[in-house]
Write a protein that binds this ligand. Sequence first.
Ligand code: PLP
Length: 388
Amino acid sequence: MAKLDIAHAVQTLRAAAAPNGESIILHEPRFAGAEWEYVKDCLDTGWVSSVGAYVDRFEKELAEAFGVRRAVATVNGTAALHIALMLAGVKQGDEVLVPALTFAATANAVAYCGAIPHFVDSNMETLGLDPDALDTWLAEIAEPGEDGPRNRNTGRRLAAVVPMHTFGHPMAIDRLVEVSEKWGIPVVEDAAESLGSLSNGRPLGARGLIGITSFNGNKIITTGGGGAILTNDEHLGDRAKYLTTTAKRPHRWAFWHDELGYNYRLPNINAALGCAQLQQLPVFVAAKRRLATRYQDAFAKVEGLRFFVEPAGSQSNYWLNSVILDDAGARDDFLAATNDAGLMTRPCWTLMCDLPMYEGNPSMPLPVARDIEQRLVSIPSSAVLALN
Ligand SMILES: Cc1ncc(COP(=O)(O)O)c(C=O)c1O
């Protein structure tokens, strides 16, 4: 294990990201397209709220960008995941397989359904859920039930699996779909971070039954807050639209809601931002990939850490760049030195199994997720750092 020279690592990061000495944050949005024009149009016409032409247009353009039949815009990615899990059939008392290493929303949406997150280990090459480790784990704990496989230790149904593409890097989704088909467990894909990424040449989001994305302010494109449900199944697309728009049946004047619905709509004013941002996606992805190459070259000369590169067979949007330190013991000193130097860095998420609300949840052994949690540091990744 090579020792990390922290001053040298900070200098390298400074030279690659912000050579003029300015302070930089982890990820900043950029509004350099038609944002003002489209938002002004909403204000001028009064179409600022739950319905409007920009919502319809954004949904159509999103479906193209994600290579899916249907995209339903929502108020945020967490709400999208809540509905996607419901549409996959997740019910009170079920278990849902989720990576232990993810943002809290992935597990929280499972809990909103009254279901129990069951934690799965990660893969060091992708940072995402490890499908082979999951397959081995299921062979140990799953048994057939009337309505799908069950966890033999808890008796609960294993209702879905939720892979997530960490920091935009594609996890092994094709292999996971194979494993999920083998076990009869539907895939609900959390593609919150991976718009613009490709796995085996295809976009991510709905390789399984259904998926979601996010347009939070820190994502590769933003609507301020927002998200979308993605699916190739027209029926699920219709159900997603209906459930996220209060389950109201169309009528000229009557308020007839024939199911418990949700007000999870993306307002037109946010969708207007989204239309303008989506036009700039190719520019953002190109800039981020340039920045990643710059980091890769620069950190190749630093001992004691490695820059994380996209998994084989994939093209990452490099939404959030990261380095993996050889020595977990150096992490906090590296975090302190970079932040002191005005270069914002952050550790990985705390593993879900360590959060108080998920302590004691079912889990497979998590050696890889734990290792990543202890050694990974995210570094500044805004597209603006590498625009041409
Ligand atoms: C992996 C992951 N899942 C879900 C979400 C939830 O998205 P939102 O913040 O739009 O609710 C996010 C981002 O915030 C995320 O990074």
